[in-house]
Design a protein around this ligand. Structure first.
Ligand code: FAD
Ligand code: NAG
Ligand code: NAG
Ligand code: NAG
Ligand code: NAG
Ligand code: NAG
Ligand code: NAG
Length: 532
């Protein structure tokens, strides 16, 4: 008697613990049937935790180990659509069933918000949408959201060695998140942002409709070029315009240490880099290192020049002599080889590596961003280097602005960080130690450096780049003031474009189906409080 009661309790207990997952699974199944999706198709795109490949699919596009641990909240189901009708049904069913839907393309979101949520959620995983159609007649391409940037670069190179595309340098970043969040790469000074080369798009809206530029209208088309994926609908594809690249480009990588005038070189960098020839882009990595048992900071200058070294050297010699660039430092190559160089592949690697979907080893990581509008003084740089050495592991990446970026008005796309910026900073820390204590330590380190940098960077607002997702930028201003939802991150990411994004959001998705931790809020949250 007692025994059977226990069994009954156990049965009820386990039965109930499966109930939510099962009911979400069954409700979606039913709703997809009602949406006229054939059941054999539903069975091949709908994964519940019972399916043996559920975990593998979930982990395949995780790019931050912080969100690959047992305590990371898991989705109740994963949908892997293979047709537009599946995406429409997913949007309509999520709305009908009141379930939060997270959209994932390449999974590179630094805070994992494409596949993690604190409230029950499902994942709409777009990796099957990855076709790339290049049209050399009009130098355009339709690229689906689940394609990798590397796949796009490869497909362009297959057709032409004098065409390229100005997008991110990491080849495994997904098109869906990258372009909807603006996107930039090492041709930024020549060609501006990725979204400056988007001419059409396909999106599934909150009503399940498949829209293109003509049917969505210019407001929504404006919003999905930098306003962030996951606020307005599911991006199926973007149509892009290719850009010209010369048959030979030049790359270089130069390391300087504190005892080799690194400070002077970084100081000079800040004073010239935004006004150099637009064909030249220079990134600086600042990393605390131990060398000869002494802790210091190493500055690595990495360059791309859209031309050969005989045209490059007079430019750097005249304007940036402390870089000390010599002919022997310059490597001339095709544009696609430069993609591999910037992706840290060695020079014997074939471009076919860009088609690989096998994930590299993944670290625990945290990123933050800032914009610099006036050069940091030499003593400021020296104090920064001391601080970096003292803090421990956090590195900084400077990405030069100016050029084409300064010619495009702030309101042209939702991305507002245009003229007036010398460079953008990415704060970067990676670690391998598992556990909450390590997470806490390294996240504290990066926050400490961010706090130290306050006097040197943009103010009111302290601007940030959406694609460098940072959930620290929340609804409070360093704990000083509380703001309604969206106020702080919205203004930091979008400045005055935030208001227009809120209006578009309210018009196209008033029920807030497409939402995440930092999505665009609907109108009731709009009233802006000014900072004291
Ligand atoms: C190693 C690495 C290198 C990077 N290098 C660069 C760089 O050089 N330049 C640069 O600009 N950025 C860079 N980034 C940042 C990158 O651009 C963003 O993380 C981008 O959002 C990633 O897109 P994704 O599709 O891979 O990410 P996901 O994590 O899949 O998505 C990111 C966000 O977009 C939403 N989203 C994704 N797909 C869709 C869709 N189809 N429809 C609607 N919303 C969608 C998600 O819900 C999420 O909110 C880098 C990131 C990493 C991890
Ligand atoms: C998952 O497995 C449990 C236990 O075997 C079962 O009760 C449940 O119906 C399964 N759910 C789905 C969605 O197949
Ligand atoms: C998940 O498992 C169920 C039950 O075994 C099966 O019918 C379904 O096809 C599986 N789904 C996928 C996408 O493989
Ligand atoms: C996630 O963890 C599993 C082990 O649980 C591991 O096999 C996989 O490689 C990890 N993936 C990432 C991206 O960290
Ligand atoms: C550093 O700068 C000084 C003065 O400009 C110069 O004499 C010296 O050669 C430089 N050192 C290095 C290693 O470049
Ligand atoms: C490190 O120390 C050795 C021995 O003192 C010296 O020869 C060498 O130049 C030093 N290296 C650097 C990079 O300073
Ligand atoms: C490749 O790199 C090696 C060492 O970094 C260098 O010696 C070699 O010349 C390079 N080859 C080409 C083709 O650039």
């Amino acid at each position: 008697m007692k025994k059977s009661l226990i069994i009954l309790f156990l049965f009820i207990y386990f039965h109930n613990s499966f109930a939510t997952v099962d009911s979400v699974h069954d409700s979606f199944f039913q709703c997809f049937v009602e949406s006229k999706i054939p059941t054999d198709q539903i069975s091949s795109i709908l994964y519940s935790p019972n399916n043996t490949s559920f975990t593998n699919i979930l982990q395949s596009y995780i790019r931050n180990r912080r969100f690959n641990v047992s305590t990371t909240p898991k989705p109740t189901i994963i949908l892997t659509p293979t047709a537009e009708s599946h995406v429409s049904a997913a949007a309509l069913c999520a709305k009908k069933l009141g379930v939060q839907i997270k959209i994932r393309s390449g999974g590179h979101d630094y805070e994992g918000i494409s596949y993690v949520s604190e409230t029950p959620f499902i994942i709409l995983d777009m990796f099957n949408f990855r076709s790339i159609n290049i049209n050399m007649e009009d130098e355009t391409a339709w690229v689906q959201s689940g394609a990798y940037l590397g796949e796009l670069y490869y497909r362009i190179w297959e057709k032409s060695n004098v065409h390229g595309f100005p997008a991110g340098v990491c080849p495994t970043v997904g098109v869906g998140g990258h372009i909807s969040g603006a996107g930039y790469g090492n041709m930024l000074r020549k060609y501006g942002l990725t979204v400056d080369h988007v001419i059409d798009a396909q999106i599934v809206d909150a009503n399940g409709r498949v829209l293109d530029r003509a049917s969505m209208g210019e407001d929504l088309f404006w919003a999905i070029r930098g306003g962030g994926g996951g606020s307005f609908g599911v991006i199926l594809a973007y149509k892009i315009k290719l850009v010209a690249v010369p048959p030979v480009v030049t790359v270089f990588r130069l390391e300087k240490y504190a005892n080799q005038n690194a400070t002077d070189a970084v100081f000079q960098y800040q004073n010239v880099v935004d006004t150099l020839d637009n064909d030249l882009f220079i990134r600086v990595l600042l990393q605390p290192i131990t060398r000869n048992r002494t802790r210091s900071v190493r500055a690595t200058f990495i360059g791309l020049f859209l031309g050969d070294s005989s045209r490059l050297l007079p430019i750097t010699n005249a304007r940036f002599p402390l870089l000390g660039l010599k002919k022997a430092d310059c490597q001339e190559m095709s544009w696609i080889k430069s993609v591999l160089f910037w992706g840290n592949f060695d020079n014997t690697t074939s471009p076919t590596v860009l088609l690989s979907r096998t994930p590299d080893s993944v670290n625990f990581l945290k990123r933050k961003s800032d914009y610099v509008k006036t050069p940091i003084s030499k003593s400021g740089l020296e104090s920064l280097f001391r601080e970096m050495v003292e803090i421990g592991k956090v590195g900084l990446v400077f990405n030069s602005y100016g050029g084409r970026m300064s010619e495009i008005p702030e309101s042209e796309t939702p991305f507002p960080h245009r003229a007036g910026n010398i460079f953008k900073i990415q704060y970067s820390v990676n670690w391998n130690e598992e556990g909450e204590a390590a997470d806490k330590d390294y996240i504290n380190q990066i926050r400490k450096l961010y706090s130290f940098m306050e006097p040197f960077v943009s103010k009111n607002p302290r601007e940030a780049y959406l694609n460098y997702r940072d959930l620290d930028i929340g609804t409070t201003d360093n704990g000083k003031n509380s703001y309604p939802q969206g106020q702080i991150y919205g203004v930091k990411y979008f400045k005055s474009n935030f208001d227009r994004l809120v209006k578009v959001k309210t018009a196209v998705d008033p029920g807030n189906l497409f939402r995440n931790e930092q999505s665009i809020p609907t109108l009731p949250f709009r009233g802006r409080k000014t900072r004291k």
